[in-house]
Structure formats: structure tokens, C-alpha cells
Write a protein that binds this ligand. Structure first.
Ligand SMILES: [Zn+2]
Ligand SMILES: [Zn+2]
Length: 277
């Protein structure tokens, strides 16, 4: 069954017990690919496929009282019960996060405070939409896989690494089983962004492949991937190979507030195209 990358969620306490929120900006993608729209208060049963097993969950548009919360956007969640099979399975697969969060929670006075696993040990649940309305594919990226990938990324420099990640057939050192999921995920997130910008560089605005009918465009990780493994969309910038080369040659600082690159020689350059940073 073909699948479309949908969402990458960091594992937290809530995910291991109750489910997850679908970010507002992804609701459009969900409805685009489906034949339904959930009105406030609507629910729908969905099947989650993980490995060879199917789990049950509820997709729900939780009905905010519009009078009480006039500015609240619709909140869509995928929900399960703490003792459901999917919750139990996720707690087993993500036992590193579960153990850490369990320990930290015990130390908290305010038990409701949100806890986050430190970056180096963070785990992720990845959701893919399928051809079927009520079926989502799940993929788990565990701490083990993250640390193994980090190890291999040390073997090349960042620019080379990003190019390798972009390739359909990665070189053998990146083909270890434990790195495969992370590579695939990184490419899917980058591919989506490349389409958002229609293969134009966010820095100069040019679509250099246009004349040649070649979709040549790079994705750059603002916090270097080799050290952060951060492939959230808000850490990825779409740029032409020239600008990508310049960035890695002189290492400008990217100022997130002003959306500008600040080069060591004093030159500052604003993004011409920006829809997601
Ligand atoms: Zn450019
Ligand atoms: Zn880069």
C-alpha cells in the first residue's frame, strides 16, 4: 500500500498513554487525502498499522465551546486509552522515553507540567497516511536507532551527509538497518518542503533547474543534522546548490527572528521565500 508522510511526533508522556494532537497546519493535508471532514465533536474509528499488527484508535475533532474559546482553532486528536494495546505496545517500544519520563514525573510537584526527553535520547513516532481513509501506518524511531545514526554521520562532513541523505540509493555505510528509517524520514520531510517551494531557493528565489527540466534543489539543516539529527521542517531550509555551498563554506549564522543569514564578513541576507520558518 502506498503511503504519504504525514507527521513526526516526539515521544512524550501523553503519546504513551492517551494519543496525540494533530497540528493545525496539518489538518488540511489530512482532509485533502481523505473523503471526510470532522466537524466539532465528530469522531471516527481508525486503524493504526505498526509492524504486522493493527491497533484501534479514535480520530476526533474535540468540540471547543466557541463562546468560551473564540480564538481556538479546531483541535484534532488521535486518541487511545492508557491500557489499550497500542499504548502498551508504544510503552514497550519506546521504553527509553517511558523510563525517563516515569522517573522525572515522580520528581515533579506539578504532575501536569510537560516533560521533554533530552535531545540525544529523544524518540519519535512517524505517521503516514495511506490510500484508505481509516488506516494510518506508524513507524517508531527509537533512541537506539538515533544513536546508531549519529555514530555513522560522523564519517562524512555535513554537506556530504545532506547530499547522501537526499540520494535514493545511499552508500553502504548508511544502509545499516538502524539508519534506514531515519534516512527515509529525512528525505520525505525534505521532499515535501521542496514541493512547497516548487524547487525554488529560499535565499535567491531561483529555480535553477527550470530551463533544464531538472528538479535540482537542496535541503539544508539549519542546526547541523550530523549533531542534532533534527529533521523537523522548522530546521530545514530549501536552497540552490550554490547557496548551499556558500553556507557550508563560510558558516553564516541563521537568525530565526529576522529570517536572515548573517555572514562572517558582515553581509546579511534575508530569505526571499519563506512559508514555513
Ligand atoms: Zn540560491
Ligand atoms: Zn546544509
Amino acid at each position: 500500500m502506498s503511503e504519504i508522510y504525514f507527521y513526526k511526533k516526539e515521544v512524550d508522556w501523553s503519546l504513551l498513554h492517551l494519543g496525540l494532537n494533530i497540528p493545525v497546519d496539518l489538518q488540511g493535508i489530512l482532509y485533502d487525502k481523505s473523503s471526510f471532514v470532522l466537524q466539532k465533536g465528530d469522531k471516527k474509528q481508525v486503524n493504526l498499522i505498526l509492524g504486522n499488527n493493527t491497533y484501534h484508535a479514535t480520530l476526533t475533532n474535540i468540540g471547543f465551546d466557541q463562546k468560551k474559546y473564540p480564538t481556538h482553532k479546531d483541535l484534532v486528536q488521535i486518541r487511545w486509552q492508557p491500557q489499550s494495546e497500542i499504548a502498551k505496545t508504544l510503552r514497550t517500544i519506546f521504553r527509553c522515553s517511558f523510563a525517563y519520563l516515569f522517573e522525572q514525573k515522580a520528581l515533579l510537584e506539578n504532575k501536569k507540567r510537560q516533560l521533554s526527553v533530552p535531545l540525544a535520547n529523544r524518540e519519535y513516532l512517524v505517521l503516514y497516511l495511506t490510500e484508505l481513509d481509516n488506516v494510518l501506518n506508524l513507524e517508531c524511531i527509537t533512541a537506539d536507532e538515533v544513536s546508531e545514526t549519529l555514530l555513522f554521520t560522523k564519517e562524512v562532513n555535513e554537506l556530504e551527509l545532506e547530499q547522501l541523505l537526499d540520494m535514493k540509493d545511499a552508500p553502504s555505510f548508511l544502509q545499516r538497518e538502524k539508519t534506514v528509517k531515519i534516512r527515509k524520514l529525512d528525505r520525505k520531510i525534505s521532499d515535501r518542503l521542496k514541493h512547497v517551494y516548487k524547487f525554488r531557493c529560499q535565499i535567491c528565489g531561483k529555480y535553477i533547474g527550470e530551463k533544464y527540466n531538472a528538479d535540482v534543489i537542496h535541503s539544508h539543516h539549519i542546526d547541523y543534522f550530523s549533531t542534532s539529527l533534527n529533521n523537523n521542517a522548522d530546521n530545514i531550509l530549501i536552497c540552490c546548490p550554490n547557496h548551499h555551498g556558500i553556507i557550508h563554506a563560510v558558516n553564516p549564522k541563521f537568525d530565526r527572528k529576522s529570517k536572515r543569514f548573517l555572514y562572517p564578513n558582515g553581509y546579511a541576507e534575508e530569505l526571499i521565500l519563506n512559508k514555513h520558518l
